[in-house]
Design a protein around this ligand. Structure first.
Ligand code: FES
Ligand code: FES
Length: 220
């Protein structure tokens, strides 16, 4: 609580002070304009081939060669260059998990990483887990338990769930693991924590949990 002698500062005053401080710091750190290199136009540099690179990935067991702009995310490389559109773009900011793929055995948000950072990597997308005729056990469990409604989040949910079970099998603790040295058990709390980066706007969570629990149980 404020003491009677504490000067009261309104939120508006605080914002003004903060903005002024940021401007002052920015000005003091600024390099003189004359010392800055002329900004290159990305379009001009790209047209000149300056930002392109060749890249090799192993995607779903097949070697793929790409020639991409170095700013291409792994998500766009998969969707736009390799036409693997099973991986979805939701937020494109690392907040929804729709773009989850498995790279060298670890799940990642493919919208948050550049393709060029994964030269030679083994990438598994939803297309590589199974097919409609030969589904991965996790895909089959999602169907059985009705773990989706619109299906947009589903590829990311399934890739994430497959990786979660592997994380537990390898003894990797999560934020809610009480004992960091004990082998984790995929309790409901652990499962919800580990899948918390995968958002389902349709709210199919209870069925998703059932599907993952079934697969985890059959593997335990
Ligand atoms: Fe990557 Fe949302 S699209 S986290
Ligand atoms: Fe629609 Fe998850 S099933 S967003």
């Amino acid at each position: 609580m404020d003491s009677p002698t504490t000067p009261m500062i309104s939120r508006r005053d605080a914002l003004i002070v903060g903005a002024a401080t940021a401007a002052a710091v920015s000005a003091s750190n600024a390099t003189p304009a004359s010392a800055q290199p002329a900004p290159a136009s990305p379009a001009a540099a790209s047209a000149a081939g300056g930002f392109r690179t060749k890249l090799s990935l192993n995607v779903n067991g097949t070697a793929r060669a790409l020639d991409v702009d170095t700013r291409t995310t792994l998500l766009d490389a998969l969707r736009e260059h390799l036409q693997l559109t099973g991986t979805k773009k939701g937020c494109d900011h690392g907040q929804c998990g729709a773009c989850t793929v498995i790279v060298d055995g670890r799940r990642i948000n493919s919208c948050l990483t550049l393709a060029v950072m994964h030269e030679g990597a083994q990438v598994t997308t939803i297309e590589g887990l199974g097919t409609p005729q030969n589904m991965h056990p996790m895909q089959a469990a999602f169907v059985r338990h009705d773990g989706y409604q619109c299906g947009y989040c589903t590829p990311g949910q399934i890739c994430s769930a497959v990786a979660v079970i592997d994380e537990v099998r390898r003894g990797i603790p999560s934020h809610v693991s009480a004992d960091l040295t004990a082998r984790p058990i995929l309790s409901a709390e652990e499962l919800r924590e580990r899948m918390s980066g995968n958002i389902c706007r349709c709210g199919a969570y209870s069925n998703i949990v059932e599907a993952i629990t079934e697969v985890a149980g059959s593997k335990a």
